[in-house]
Design a protein. Structure first.
Lengths: 327, 185
């Protein structure tokens, strides 16, 4: 047993709380046992096997820009000329080098036909796209996609909630346009909750890797079991680890309220039960958020019984409408 | 091309300022470098930034690449140095000092050989124990409570405390050899 090897091996394989990670980092950069540490670090280095993916091509683009910018500052005529030549060399290389990602970068101009699916409240629907991607659409969702995926990407539009099992295609990234966010993947499964009335968009990654870009051009990369919450108004984000069974429970037909405000609960109930919800204006809408899971096909009556206790509200149900009010 | 390998001809072309060769090297190494740095600095964004910087510098200093040395080893060294320098700055900035094990460990050298490593390894292993076992172990070893006190505090039987402690020590014993346990416990 070698302690140094063991610490490095575990550190590369597992996550630890920040406090422990800082201790390990400080231990690593300390010159004590430098050669041994180096030996086992380079073993970890050798074990990493990373094929270039879409993200690498994006990074290459960024680095090329930085190199070019650096060169222009020096702006001697000769340098410029050499750069022109470099650009000319670059183009055929990219075409030949298997990096189709760039070569088809121009948008197709011809009109594409789009199919728009609207899921009524109280229903779910499963669809399979032309590329084999499997999608489960939650109640009250509008989803649109082109009849054929032309060009270099597979773009779809979502307003509502959906679970995606994207068919792997490293050359044609799959992009979900969810209003203020766009989510890019190659092949993976994930859940997006982006109902128009809600204050935030929640992306949960099950497996693979996704890249999320906000309207303000910020981007985030999610690892499996991570969730990014994006607040539409403030453009703030929260990244957290989540329990996947909780976050995809709606797929099994459960009513899941996950850290939601009262108006958001109203929206969830309307979609789940296909019922109207009216909140009396005297009910104070504070910043409180609630979470609850209903696993036994509860009726609106039963759900409201629980919620009235938790949220401290009164209710009555008449004519397929839930009226929420306070004393 | 297999990630992490490039031919000597490509390295030679890179040294001569061939941008196409630079891109070949980039595609072969960028992913590996980003993952390696990310594992060390534990932050996706910082890893991306450091990796990009590394390649900008690689291009700027391309003429200084030594063709006689292993290029793979050279890239490893660049990646390690980049992460280590970043961590050094970060550690200074944040002044984590209070959380750390003292640098100077007193006592005779034989006794303290690998003491820091063992302490670190134990802390890592304790963190990976099942919840209850970890709590019992921490209360017992770090806070010095007796088995009765732990049983009372967690509202469990003294027998459970004893069993869990013995399992915890067994876990750690597997990790650290018996001789060292003598000094730690």
């Amino acid at each position: 047993m070698n302690y140094i090897e063991e610490i490095i091996r575990r550190f590369f394989r597992e996550n630890y709380p920040e406090k422990i990670e800082h201790k390990i980092q400080k231990w690593l950069i300390n010159d004590k046992y430098k050669e041994e540490k180096d030996k086992y670090l380079s073993e970890q280095w050798d074990a990493i096997d990373a094929n270039p993916d879409i993200f690498v091509y994006e990074s290459l683009q960024a680095v090329n820009k930085r190199i070019t910018a650096y060169k222009t500052v020096q702006s001697e005529p000769i340098t410029r000329y050499r750069w022109l030549r470099a650009a000319v060399i670059l183009l055929p290389f990219l075409l030949l080098g298997g990096s189709l990602w760039f070569s088809q970068n121009r948008e197709r101009v011809e009109k594409e036909e789009w199919i728009i699916i609207e899921i009524p409240n109280g229903e779910h629907r499963r669809i399979v796209l032309p590329d084999g991607t499997d999608i489960l659409l939650n109640a009250g969702t509008t989803f649109s996609y082109p009849t054929t995926f032309a060009g270099n990407k597979r773009q779809v539009k979502l307003s509502g909630e959906a679970w995606f099992q994207v068919n792997k295609d490293t050359i044609h990234p799959f992009i979900v346009d969810a209003g203020t966010l766009s989510i890019t993947v190659l092949g993976t499964s994930f859940n997006v909750n982006a109902y128009p009335g809600n204050e935030r968009i929640i992306t949960t990654l099950v497996e693979g890797k996704v890249k999320i870009e906000t309207i303000a051009d910020k981007s985030y990369i999610l690892q499996p079991e991570e969730q990014l919450i994006y607040y539409n108004k403030t453009e703030e984000t929260t990244l957290r680890r989540v329990d996947l069974t909780e976050n995809t429970a709606w797929i099994s037909g459960y009513l899941v309220l996950d850290d939601v405000s009262l108006p958001e609960i109203a929206g969830d109930l309307e979609r789940y039960f296909d019922i109207s919800v009216v909140i009396d204006e005297r009910v104070s809408i504070d910043t409180d958020h609630y979470s609850a899971k209903f696993l036994h096909n509860e009726t609106p009556q039963e759900v409201m019984e629980v919620l009235s206790e938790v949220c401290d509200i009164l209710y009555r149900i008449e004519n397929n409408t839930i009226y929420i009010y306070s004393e | 091309m297999k990630p992490g390998t490039v031919s000597p001809e490509i390295i030679e072309a890179l040294r001569a300022g061939d941008h196409k060769a630079f891109e070949v090297v980039f595609l072969a190494y960028f992913g590996k470098i980003r993952i390696f740095i990310r594992e060390l600095v534990r932050c996706e964004d910082d890893a991306e930034e450091l990796s990009q910087e590394l390649f900008v510098r690689l291009w700027e200093n391309r003429s200084t690449i030594d063709p006689a040395r292993s290029f793979n080893a050279y890239m490893y060294t660049l990646a390690r140095n980049s992460a280590f320098n970043f961590l050094k700055h970060q550690l200074v900035e944040n002044a984590y000092a209070e959380n750390f094990i003292p640098e100077e460990i007193t006592g005779n050298p034989e006794e303290t050989l690998f003491a820091e490593e063992i302490a670190l390894l134990i802390e890592m292993a304790v963190h990976k124990m099942p919840e209850q076992r970890r709590r019992i172990y921490t209360l017992s070893r770090n806070e010095g409570l007796s088995n009765e006190e732990i049983a009372k505090q967690l509202n469990i039987s003294k027998k459970t405390v004893e069993n869990q402690l013995s399992l915890a020590l067994k876990d750690l014993r597997k990790l650290i050899s018996a001789i060292c346990l003598f000094f730690i416990f």
